[in-house]
Design a protein around this ligand. Structure first.
Ligand SMILES: NC(=O)c1ccc[n+]([C@@H]2O[C@H](COP(=O)([O-])OP(=O)(O)OC[C@H]3O[C@@H](n4cnc5c(N)ncnc54)[C@H](O)[C@@H]3O)[C@@H](O)[C@H]2O)c1
Length: 377
């Protein structure tokens, strides 16, 4: 018999859908002590939130997140709303004794993030942040290969996250879906939205980042604001690139932009070590490229590993070897790991404290770009 875990989800946009799908699917594929129950979903527009609840079979709705948190029949609050809401909701949820699953980035800035970590740790509630790319089986396999020492000493870590959806200068900022262009809702542009993913994966695979030197650019400096109806200054970074030193002595090179025409969500990374290298690409997410210099020279070359066999991370839970899974499964994996950690009384990585480290790097990147000098994390 599984124990019910009553979920109260806030926000029903893009992430609201991926998380709802994950909660519904997880027990069909993973053998777990807990079963998420779609108890309530919260959104400000009553008709829209009811439509969402009907579609995804949530038992009830709320239009104010404070009401959701006050309910005795909710065990865990899942924050799927814009970045400027994370801190207030997470702290209130923790103080009410609820578990908190928070979308990334953890917060608008480090100061908020510190308060969020203090709140969940003081309350002793389970917490995690949805850096879901860690749970792509090929990325988890990369972690395994690095931890086994197959690459040897690491020299280089290179990551990019490229998009092209904000090139049109007539695209407004603010409000539904476009809150990402409004610095007051998002905190930053590509740094917090896209590089935060790259930084989380990098810290997980290659350890802490010591210092950074960065440049940012805002290509379209004024946009109509949907909420005020006025043309307003754009406060976000449209593009960002930075160099860094990792604590293990390796060098990092990161780039993100929403102005790379032709790229929709091209997240890639490459790691070069003494014995070998690893390369991964979100557009081909079930493959891991691997090079091992110690192989006999007549067969030495890049291996294109199709990460679908049952002995590869998570894959024994899905289909048969050769049949791949996709983006939505990364969220199913994160829920499965969270529920397993909960049953074992373990912290579920990345915890708020771990996600705060990514926040510190993001803040150092933005500070470095503003000062045009190196910044220590
Ligand atoms: N893990 C990932 O890969 C990933 C991908 C996309 C977004 N995100 C993060 O998820 C969060 C949400 O992004 P999204 O793409 O789902 O946005 P979205 O615009 O699609 O949805 C946001 C939702 O929040 C609701 N909302 C806004 N303010 C609210 C409030 N005060 N109270 C209740 N509901 C409110 C909106 O009505 C909407 O339903 C952001 O923090 C974003 O950075 C993470």
């Amino acid at each position: 018999m599984t124990k019910p875990l009553n979920i109260g989800m806030i926000g029903y946009g893009f992430m609201g859908r991926t998380h709802s799908n994950a909660y519904k699917r997880v027990n069909d594929f993973f053998d777990l002590a807990y079963r998420p129950i779609l108890k309530a979903v919260c959104g400000r527009d009553e008709q829209k939130v009811r439509d969402f609840a009907d579609n995804w079979q949530y038992e009830s709705v709320e239009t104010e997140w404070q009401q959701l948190i006050a309910r005795d029949d909710i065990d865990a609050i899942d924050i799927c709303s814009p970045n400027n809401t994370h801190a207030e909701i997470a702290i209130a949820a923790a103080e009410a004794g609820k578990m908190v699953l928070c979308e990334k980035p953890l917060s608008m800035n480090v100061e908020e993030g510190v308060r969020m970590v203090e709140a969940v740790e003081k309350a002793g509630v389970a917490n995690t942040v949805w850096y879901n790319y860690r749970r792509v089986p090929a990325v988890t396999l990369a972690k395994q290969l690095i931890d086994e020492g197959r690459l040897g000493r690491i020299f280089h870590y290179r990551a990019q996250f490229l998009q092209d959806w904000t090139i049109d200068a007539n695209l407004p900022q603010g409000g539904a879906a476009l809150w990402r262009l409004d610095v007051n809702a998002a905190g930053s542009g590509v740094t917090g939205d896209l590089l935060a993913h790259c930084i989380d994966t990098a810290i997980w695979l290659n350890g802490r980042i010591r210092d950074v030197t960065a440049m940012t650019e805002t290509f379209v400096t004024e946009r109509m604001h949907n909420l005020t109806g006025k043309v307003e200054k754009v406060g976000i970074d449209d593009a960002c690139a930075f160099l860094c030193h990792f604590e293990n002595g390796s060098l990092g090179l990161f780039e993100s932009t929403r102005y790379a025409r032709g790229h929709k969500a091209l997240y890639t990374f490459e790691i070069n070590g003494e014995h070998g290298s690893i390369r991964w690409d979100l557009h081909d997410l079930h493959r891991l490229e691997y090079f091992d210099h110690r192989e006999e020279s007549i067969i030495r070359g890049w291996h294109d590993v199709h990460v679908t066999d049952g002995d590869m991370p998570y894959m024994d839970k899905w289909w048969v070897p050769g049949l791949q899974i996709g983006y939505e499964h990364t969220f199913v994996h994160q829920v499965a790991d969270f529920l397993e950690d909960l049953a074992n009384g373990q912290p579920s990585s990345p915890t708020f404290r771990e996600a705060l480290e990514t926040q510190r790097v993001c803040e150092s990147v933005l500070q470095s770009a503003a000062k045009r000098s190196w910044s220590t994390v």
